[in-house]
Design a protein around this ligand. Sequence first.
Ligand code: KG4
Ligand code: ZN
Length: 333
Amino acid sequence: MPELILGVESSCDETGLAFYEIGVGLRAEVLFSQTEIHAPYGGVVPELAARDHIRRLPRLWRELQEQSGFDRADAVAVTSGPGLIGALLVGVSFARALAYAWQVPLIPVHHLEGHLLAPLLDGDLPLPAVALLVSGGHSQLIAMRAFGQYELLGDTLDDAAGEAFDKAAKILGLPYPGGPALAALAEQGDPTRFSLPRPMLDRPGLDFSFSGLKTAFRLQAERLAADDQLARANLAASFQQSIVDTLVEKCRRALRQTGFAQLIVAGGVSANRQLRSSLQERLAPLAQIHFPGVRHSTDNAAMIALAGATHLAGAGTALLPCRTRARWPLEEL
Ligand code: KG4
Ligand code: ZN
């Protein structure tokens, strides 16, 4: 039975490696963020991302070996999709080479399943649960019935929540990556000063849509004086509150609909402090709420190693051929 899993993550602009030991937990991890490489372009440039993963992985591997004292693993888990295809290919090739050299299993991991299971790195994760997955590419509500058994309850019809944060930040001229910058500005503002829509709360269902909110935000932003710092902070706070209110309300509906008493919040936007506190305040009577540690909210290899471990641990789980996929619905797992 394999015990030590090497996790490899390279689906977007973070390069990560981690060792996870079954029954013990995370043993070591290294992570490099390409933020500065992409910042001048205002977004991730896929070709630059792939090239930097190539440069970075061998160095990170040496670092991980030094940090952990391990120089091999019993299995290699790698993000094989969804993500940027060139970036994914680098990680998968790297993982495949190590697995081949060591003659150990190669476990393809769905990136979003990694995010969903990330809270397990820091605590337990009782299932069934409703999961809110909010990242730069996804805004989804998922019913997690058991490990590997996921049903999509709601999805975004246009922008993802993180994308909405990033676009709003760009409108205010904030530096890339926009989400954390907008959240920081919002902390200095009053969320009641601007009236913005709460998208999709006036109709039933669990889908999201953030593009109307973005337009309303842009119209208000265009009327502001560039040097009016307080008004900018108030507008950022109002925008953040509108997204948070929408996410909290949809989670409430999903919990009611499923009758589940556990809520998991994952993906980059789950690092948002206002979202965390509002969910705790408003939904605690309805469900126990689980967040990954802030370090494991955004992309990392620890959650990939852990997801790989749950696949290995699941009795009779056949190892899938490792195919790289830019698109990959979670429900196909
Ligand atoms: O999961 P992630 O690291 O990458 C993927 O998209 O898979 O999520 C990144 C997204 C970005 O859109 C970023 O702006 C957003 O998460 N984000 C935040 C915060 N931290 C990261 N959005 C709002 N508030 C934050 N504190
Ligand atoms: Zn991600």
